[in-house]
Ligand binder design. Structure first.
Ligand code: RIB
Length: 313
């Protein structure tokens, strides 16, 4: 295994989590379980999971928080996972991002994000963090920070020779110029449909190959279509692969996609082949689903290795 070095550019949120029997209907008040605050944010979740999964090398987070206790808590959570937070800027007069999350018994969730300081992450922050990209093998992005900043960061990562992996979440249509800077785009089915301007309610797993090819036609070099417990489908124009998922008892699907991306980046930066890297990512995501919370659910490398090595019944 070679020395790996990953950069994550994105959001940090404090997640306010309540477990519920079922999601409330519009206008309805329901009683839920205990309230919990758990470190989250798509960017920070990816950094935390990468920190726990990487065997060696540095994982760095580029982001923006407020000047409040949530910021301290979020940075401490990343630091505990071995992530370098020296490029997480503190913005004055803007609170740290928060997310309100309801988790159903089935493990499904609903999330509303108040971006706060995440919206203050600017192209200038990427310029200030330019040295962080130097020597990195892989850089991870999502869409909870301004699009112009994501694009500036993609350019910085490309200039440094890093493999760029973009999780297009929360979903939105993206300009072709930005997509052309992406090496691996990792939508789930509904995100893929939004990118393609299709109706997400009509998606079928049987259409995975066609959807992945269509998304690749938008500009990224390769697409990994994430299919939840069904695994994922990979397409890069030369190679197409369906990689099966792992059946687990779902407790909370929050951050499963973030854990998948982190694991994929860790494996690719260790020169693992694409099929094994996707299998490793499926396993890490499956394990994260068995635990409540975002960063709290990110598995260690030992957990994932043991899970993959277990005898299959
Ligand atoms: O992907 C899960 C994350 O989405 C949560 O941690 C929440 O903060 C939102 O960003």
């Amino acid at each position: 295994m070679q020395h790996s070095s990953l950069v994550v550019v994105g959001s940090l949120n404090m997640d306010f989590v309540v477990q519920v029997d079922r999601l409330p209907a519009p206008g309805e008040t329901t009683l839920g379980g205990n309230f919990q605050m758990i470190p989250g944010g798509k960017g920070a979740n990816q950094a935390c999971a990468a920190g726990k999964l990487a065997r060696c090398g540095r994982v760095s987070m580029v982001g923006c928080v407020g000047l409040d206790p949530f910021a301290d808590h979020l940075k401490a959570s990343l630091a505990a996972a071995g992530v370098d937070v020296s490029t997480v800027r503190a913005a004055r007069q803007t609170p740290t991002g928060v997310a309100l999350i309801w988790v159903e018994k089935s493990g499904q969730n609903s999330i509303v994000v108040a971006p706060g300081a995440n919206a203050m992450l600017a192209p200038g922050d990427i310029e200030s963090a330019r040295a962080t990209f130097e020597g990195s093998r892989c850089a991870l992005f999502q869409l909870e920070t301004p699009l112009e900043t994501v694009e500036a960061a993609l350019r910085a990562a490309r200039a440094a020779g890093a493999l760029t992996i973009l999780d297009p979440a929360p979903a939105r249509p993206l300009p072709a110029e930005l997509l052309s800077l992406v090496d691996v785009l990792t939508p789930n089915e509904s995100e893929a449909c939004i990118l393609l301007g299709r109706d997400p309610s009509r998606v079928n797993v049987a259409d995975a190959a066609e959807i992945a090819r269509a998304v690749r036609g938008l500009g990224p070099k390769a697409v990994v279509l994430k299919l939840g417990d069904q695994g994922c489908f990979y397409s890069d124009g030369h190679l197409e692969l369906a990689v099966a998922g792992f059946a687990v008892e779902a407790v909370d699907t929050t951050a499963a996609g973030d854990t998948f991306n982190a694991a994929l980046a860790v494996a690719l930066s260790e020169d693992v082949g694409i099929e094994d890297a996707l299998r490793f990512a499926n396993a890490a995501a499956a394990l994260s689903v068995t635990r409540l919370g975002a960063q709290a659910s990110a598995p260690s490398r030992e957990d994932v290795d043991a899970f993959m090595a277990r005898p299959v019944a």
